[in-house]
Design a protein around this ligand. Structure first.
Ligand code: CU
Length: 247
């Protein structure tokens, strides 16, 4: 019995180290071009690091028991285990502690980090409708996903005021390179704050796009718009350009 515990423990350790090496080296994320994206990715990495030993604990016991206690002669079920006791208590304590811990961090702490950042430098409107986006720039000019791009100034705290045409259906604003999503609801304005930290464009990476993330009908998959994050001077020039075109 003691030997079995040691063997299972060793298997658990080996699988855990393998799992950590895998999750810490395998970069599954699209580019992170905003302050908020870093916070989300850090939270994801922390959850993976914490989840690996829980997962490998179960897998190690299953693998070890399946080989060590295999009995080809016996075909009926084993005797029921009615005793709960210490193992059950330990399991409950550990998993509840982990769950409460991640509720606090990255839960509350990460949320507070994302929300911190003060007043926005610029407010940009986004309106969804089946199946296109309309961007309302601060100079009063509207650009749609048919006619243009969503151009954003880097290093600005941007407030997106998001809504959906009324009447229409619920859409959801999602720019994968920023990670965060926000619903666009008819008759209501929702807010999303983003601070882009790097320039980039759809041409560099398809994750730099505004994509509807709420199944909204036949054209849902195509409800996308190119995004371009540019330096402040280029952004100001862009605003002048669309104003001149519009007037
Ligand atoms: Cu949609």
């Amino acid at each position: 019995m003691k030997r079995d515990l040691i063997n299972t423990g060793l298997l658990w350790l080996v699988l855990t180290i393998l799992g950590w090496v895998l999750v810490l080296n395998w970069n599954i994320f699209p580019p992170a071009l905003a302050r908020e994206a870093e916070i989300v990715d850090n939270a994801f990495n922390l959850l993976m690091v914490l989840a690996v030993p829980v997962f490998t604990f179960i897998v190690a016991i299953m693998i070890y028991a399946a080989f060590r206690f295999r009995d080809p002669e016996r075909t009926e079920d084993g005797p029921p285990i009615r005793e709960t006791g210490r193992i059950m208590t330990a399991w409950l304590v550990v998993t509840v502690t982990l769950a409460a811990g991640i509720l606090i961090n990255p839960g509350f702490v990460g949320m507070a980090e994302i929300r911190a950042g003060g007043e926005p430098d610029i407010v940009i409107g986004i309106t969804g409708q089946r199946w296109s986006w309309t961007i309302s720039y601060p100079n009063g000019v509207d650009v749609t996903s048919y006619t243009g791009e969503l151009v954003l100034p880097v290093d600005n705290r941007i407030e997106f005021e998001i809504t959906s045409l009324d009447p229409d259906v619920i859409h959801s604003v999602w720019i994968p390179a920023f990670r965060i999503k926000k619903d666009a609801v008819p008759g209501r304005i929702t807010q999303m704050f983003i601070t882009p930290t790097e320039t980039g464009s759809f041409e560099d990476d398809p994750n730099v796009r505004l994509q509807c993330a709420e199944l909204c009908g036949l054209g849902h998959a195509t409800m996308a718009m190119k995004v371009r994050i540019v330096e402040q001077a280029e952004f100001d020039a862009y605003l002048d350009e669309i104003l001149a075109e519009g007037s």
